[in-house]
Design a binder for this molecule. Sequence first.
Ligand SMILES: [Zn+2]
Length: 274
Amino acid sequence: MQRARQKSWAQFPGWPVDLSVDALADMSGVPSIRFAITPVMVTHDIDSPEGLTNLVKDFLPIEERVGCRSANYIVPCAWPIDHGLLGEVQRRGHEIGVHGYDHSNLTPFAAPGDRKRRLEEGYRLAERYDGMGYRAPSLVRTRELIEGLKQHYRYDSSIPTSGGPFPVPNNGCASARPWRFGNMWELPLTMPRDGSLRFLGYSADEILAMWKSSAEYIARSGGLICLLTHCEERFSGNPPMLAIYRAFLEWCAGNSRMRLCRPRDLIGELEVSE
Ligand SMILES: [Zn+2]
């Protein structure tokens, strides 16, 4: 039913990708960052112990086969983290970041003192794993949350280009280019997400086709490709979704106009080039 109601939840930004803001920037001459070779970043929100187990078992081998390293945003204060496993993720060259506090979506709306405490406790995981990035659970954020993140992180990646039906309709920045919030970078989440696509009833083959067409569109406009998949079985940790994830990564790796990188690598390059 939601798929049929796309007009109501994707008036603006449109679905699955809307680059109106980048088009306006180019037409009006407002400076923005355009990439000649498209950075491709694959990210996972690790919401549960199952997600972490599946990441190591199923996702990392697919990524490493094509020379790719992912960014993994871990819920820091909700369930016991297997630090042996997470340490292995880091040792294999993948990036670790922070995914909220306990995934209850309260931090953006908490009283100032409580928000500060939640952000500080979450940041301890980043300190342990040299993390510099944040992803808000369910992409729920407020101005106050963004302000608080600036104290700790070099980048946030919680703003979708085109939000789809979640967390609220008509949500997103309609840009696939990075920008700054003061000292902190924003790397928009530019690709349609596995959660929305699965909820809307898209098949694995339809999702692969949509990922490829979205990636080509973003690449043509000089944007960055940032994909979120979840490793739990009910999202992307199942054979059909793993097969198209592999196919998408191989397709990107074989495209001379694209390059696979981690968000932290891109942040380093952006800061050098300024
Ligand atoms: Zn999550």
